[in-house]
Write a protein that binds this ligand. Structure first.
Ligand SMILES: [Zn+2]
Length: 338
């Protein structure tokens, strides 16, 4: 097996490692596609808790060999490699409620990721894919799953206005899912290109985060403002912006795969009695996410435009790191692992 390890910030190296099926419920999976995500680029750029680390949070593959007691997968099953797993050791896990695990292990950050040619893993870490979901679409299961958790937290109802701050892949996909759930997203960003891409995905209300934003949201909501807001981490926008956009008594969800240090002025939120809450690393909706992809609830085309080959890995990492440092945000790209 070949793995790629970030040895130290900015340094990645390939390594050979033997790996064979050891228990009857394990399967050997050929990794076919990987989503090089902002979280991976931050690990490469220097934000991992420890080095070395095998990055790669989101990946799909094909089972090449299944243990004799595997029931969910067999040879040639296409699978999503689950990007998170419960720790198995915390009070919640021991109490038989892994869905409430307080120390979820995230692939590519807390444990080895999927930047590798093969992986041997228990079949419980594999989500079989229906034939109508392509490998490329399946790379987004983790993101769709987290967006569904955000929608649950907002208690979304028909016609509800939700202001979404940050039009990267999470903000865009979340807005599309809000429409699918019959809510009305208002997507806000500083970047015209991201807003244009979102409009192309059918998101009707997109606004720049400028001095007219408050008026624009007031106009759309008939003066009531948004019943809920969602703020995506690692963007250039001020984390207080949702306080202005949200109606008194509303909910503000901070979401993303990790959070940078931020200082927030709370007074406006307190005066409006807002509920501030966080959704991150929620893997409980993976099956729902697969169903949403079967139903073509999300247009992922804008995120599938940049495709690269594993042979060019070092060059891609350098380019994406430069882009992240120049523009203040990281982009997703699909890596063909074959
Ligand atoms: Zn746990």
């Amino acid at each position: 097996m070949k793995i790629w390890k970030v040895l130290a910030p900015g340094t990645i190296a390939a390594e050979e490692r033997p790996d064979n099926i050891q228990t009857a419920t394990q399967a050997k999976v050929k990794v076919t596609k990987l989503l090089l995500s902002p979280a991976d680029l931050r690990v490469y750029a220097g934000s991992a808790p420890a080095y070395p680390v095998i990055p790669g949070r989101f990946a799909v593959g094909v089972v090449s060999e299944a243990g004799t007691e595997c029931v969910a997968v067999e040879k040639n099953t296409h699978v999503y490699l689950n990007d998170m797993a419960p720790c198995g050791q915390c009070e919640q896990c021991i109490a038989g409620k892994p869905e409430n695990c307080v120390r979820v292990h995230v692939a590519g950050t807390d444990c080895d990721g999927y930047l590798r040619d093969f992986i041997v893993t228990d079949e419980s870490n594999l989500s079989p894919l229906p034939p109508s979901v392509s490998d490329e679409e399946a790379l987004f299961i983790g993101i769709v799953s987290m967006c569904e958790a955000v929608i649950d937290r907002l208690n979304v109802s028909k016609g509800m206005h939700v202001a979404v701050f940050g039009a990267g892949e999470i903000g865009n996909i979340l807005s599309q899912l809000l429409i699918y759930h019959q809510a009305v997203p208002v997507l806000i960003d500083e970047d015209e290109d991201k807003l244009k891409a979102a409009a192309g995905c059918g998101i009707y209300y997109t606004f720049k985060a400028d001095e007219t934003l408050g008026e624009n949201i007031a106009r759309i909501t008939g003066g009531r403002m948004a019943a809920g807001s969602v703020f995506n981490s690692y963007g250039p926008l001020a984390p207080e912006l949702p306080f202005m956009a949200t109606a008194a008594g509303g909910t503000v969800v901070y979401t993303g795969f990790g959070f940078p240090e931020r200082t927030v002025q709370l007074k406006a939120a307190q005066d409006k009695r807002l509920t501030l809450t966080t959704v991150t690393n929620d893997y409980t909706n993976n099956e729902a996410a697969i169903n949403l992809l079967v139903n073509k609830a999300v247009n992922l085309a804008p995120f599938l435009q940049r495709k690269n080959r594993i042979a060019d890995l070092e060059q891609i990492l350098r380019e994406e790191k430069d882009h992240m440092q120049a523009h203040g945000y990281a982009r997703c790209s699909v890596i063909d692992m074959l």
